[in-house]
Design a protein around this ligand. Structure first.
Ligand SMILES: Nc1ncnc2c1ncn2[C@@H]1O[C@H](COP(=O)(O)OP(=O)(O)OP(=O)(O)O)[C@@H](O)[C@H]1O
Length: 218
């Protein structure tokens, strides 16, 4: 099993004291699977994605990636798993402004030690980025920047791709095209894709769905 989440609990402290955001979530994914994470605003989708990606620590339960309990690791080992196995795509693109599109895309793959130039060329061409490789992020439209952010993550060929509304800034037609590409690319790399979406249309195109309601699996 690539990803196993067991009884995950997360509490945040708000103005009125502690609030339990995730109330015992369990789920699992194999490589090659795609799963839509849906639920009302505030149901805990982003919180779950952050915990799975090791970007935040749970208050209870476990996240295992390839059988390794990431909560039991020290920061350096957890960072290494994140770098080698997990790719994250957020709605805000987090591109590096001082690097060209080509360098932004190669950066993460290089960090993970998997800079496969043929794959990156193929990926960027299919993402419609071939003519933009020497530009800087600020010279691109929002939709183009989003495609760069997606290409950057997929360039490293992560086993697990976590995406938080990756097409949320795109119009419907572009969102469909970008999701088609993402699905094709994760299938080719036999990756698992866990994607938060508010769109019924996009959720319906994923293999499975996990619906959260007030911090529980509905
Ligand atoms: N750092 C934090 N401190 C306190 N409360 C937080 C924090 N992060 C999230 N929350 C609260 O946790 C709940 C779940 O937030 P989360 O972002 O996971 O929801 P979501 O399902 O992703 O929502 P959306 O669809 O609006 O993005 C919300 O009530 C939010 O206010």
């Amino acid at each position: 099993m690539l990803l196993r989440v067991t009884d995950l609990i997360k509490t945040h402290t708000g103005p009125d004291g502690a609030v339990v955001i995730l109330k015992g979530i369990s789920m699992a994914m194999n490589r090659g699977e795609t799963l839509a994470l849906t639920g009302e605003s505030g149901s805990g989708k982003s919180t779950l994605l952050h915990l799975v990606g090791g970007l935040d620590q749970p208050d209870g339960g476990r996240v295992e990636i390839d059988g390794v309990d990431i909560g039991a690791l020290n920061d350096a080992s957890r960072a290494a798993i994140r770098r080698d196995k997990v790719g994250v795509i957020f709605q805000q693109f987090n591109l590096i402004p001082s690097l060209s599109v080509a360098s932004n895309i190669a950066f993460q793959a290089r960090l993970a030690g998997v800079e496969n130039l043929d794959w990156i060329r193929d990926l960027t061409t299919r993402m419609g980025l071939a003519d933009h490789m020497t530009k800087y992020p600020e010279q691109l439209s929002g939709g183009q920047q989003q495609r760069v952010a997606i290409a950057r993550t997929l360039a490293a060929r992560p086993a697990l791709v976590l995406a938080d509304e990756p097409t949320g800034n795109l119009d419907e037609t572009t969102a469909d095209t970008v999701l088609d590409l993402m699905l094709a690319l994760v299938a080719e790399t036999n990756a698992a894709l866990l994607m938060v979406t508010h769109s019924e249309r996009l959720a319906g195109r994923m293999g499975r769905r996990l619906h959260l309601r007030a911090g529980r699996v509905a």
